[in-house]
Design a protein around this ligand. Sequence first.
Ligand code: FES
Length: 75
Amino acid sequence: MSSNGPIKITGEEEIAVCMCMQSNHWPFCDASHHTLAGSGDLGPKLVTLDPNKTYYLCGCYRTKNKPFCDGSHEK
Ligand code: FES
């Protein structure tokens, strides 16, 4: 999958999803939110996953179902 298409993950029980849109590893938090002045509530959102399932995470920032791919990269 390309850098703009979905990111396939499996075997994960929990991920920290970036909510500040500053991460260099979107959709994962890379702690960049600590560099934002007044970032207050902009820390990561913890999302629980089933490690037995495969998930496709958004790689293009355009999903309306963050952090999951909703096909918006194809539009
Ligand atoms: S880098 Fe965006 S929430 Fe942590």
